[in-house]
Ligand binder design. Structure first.
Ligand SMILES: CC(C)(COP(=O)(O)OP(=O)(O)OC[C@H]1O[C@@H](n2cnc3c(N)ncnc32)[C@H](O)[C@@H]1OP(=O)(O)O)[C@@H](O)C(=O)NCCC(=O)NCCS
Length: 245
């Protein structure tokens, strides 16, 4: 019996609630256990076979993996409020932040920044398509232009960007979201990542959004940049695929 969509509960066969489910469009349900992790995992394998699921709960993720599910992503959701922001960073001579957009130089910079060994996996054609769809078709959401920007070097070529949207439909709280931030390796280590992040924070405030949030995968050294800039943890997000029935 198990899933009662009306109240978004995963229940045992006798009706006892075992977990809260929040259904999202693409990412599968977010599962928050009420009962012991191994009971929830067993019921999920029966009632949610072959599904992508997310949970903030390490014990449930562990129980699911022990029962045959595959952990596909471990990440942390962070957010930054918009009070008392540090001043925007002044860039070295010749460098500027320009209107957000897409071009071949930016594609090459991101391809190099997200190399094959990057914890998010390498930059793919799908990533390029996703970014272009945002600019060209507002799909799945339009860019939040005041919070987004392209980093342009003294040679006039794009060397990185920050791409934000907001409000976004996938969080439980209203916020703007950083979908992507990257600086080409040739320009890294000069403070441009921090400059893009502060631009995003100020732009989010200018756009009237309440907070700026993002997800960073475990092991990405960019986490250091977010911690240093004052982002705080909202929740862990563990993504798993349950075995087919
Ligand atoms: C994350 C990224 C945008 C940072 O760009 P950057 O221009 O090199 O960053 P900055 O020079 O502004 O560095 C800011 C701080 O973060 C630290 N930092 C940045 N990248 C780091 C790395 N790879 N490892 C360790 N620390 C790093 C810097 O040491 C600096 O710390 P400090 O303020 O204590 O001196 C860049 O490394 C990148 O494009 N990475 C690949 C794409 C990516 O992972 N994006 C984030 C997805 S969530």
């Amino acid at each position: 019996m198990p899933i009662r969509p009306a109240d978004a509960l995963l229940c045992a066969d006798d009706g006892e609630p075992l977990a809260r489910l929040r259904e999202r469009d693409d990412d599968g349900p977010m599962v928050r256990p009420i009962a012991a992790a191994d009971r929830v995992a067993r019921q999920m394998l029966r009632d949610l076979p072959g599904r992508q699921v997310e949970t903030p709960d390490d014990a449930l993720a562990k129980a699911l993996v022990a029962a045959g599910a595959t952990l596909t992503r471990s990440a942390t959701e962070l957010q930054h409020d918009l009070e008392d922001l540090p001043d925007p960073v002044a860039l070295p001579a010749g460098w500027s932040l320009s209107a957000a957009g897409w071009d071949g130089d930016l594609a090459a910079a991101l391809d190099a920044a997200y190399g094959p060994d990057h914890p998010d996996g390498g930059w793919t054609d799908n990533d390029t398509t996703s970014v272009r769809d945002m600019f060209e078709r507002s799909d799945p959401v339009p860019p939040l232009l005041p919070a987004s920007a392209r980093l342009v070097g003294p040679d006039g070529r794009s060397a990185g960007h920050v791409l934000c949207a907001g409000p976004v439909p996938w969080t439980e709280y209203p916020c703007a979201w950083i979908l992507n931030i990257g600086v080409g390796p040739h320009a890294q280590g000069n403070g441009f990542g921090r400059a893009l992040l502060l631009h995003a924070l100020h732009g989010t405030r200018d756009a009237g959004q309440p907070v700026l949030a993002l997800s960073v995968v475990d092991g990405n050294p960019a986490r250091h940049l977010y911690d240093r800039t004052g982002f705080t943890v909202v929740t862990r997000v563990l993504t798993l695929t349950t075995p087919a029935a």
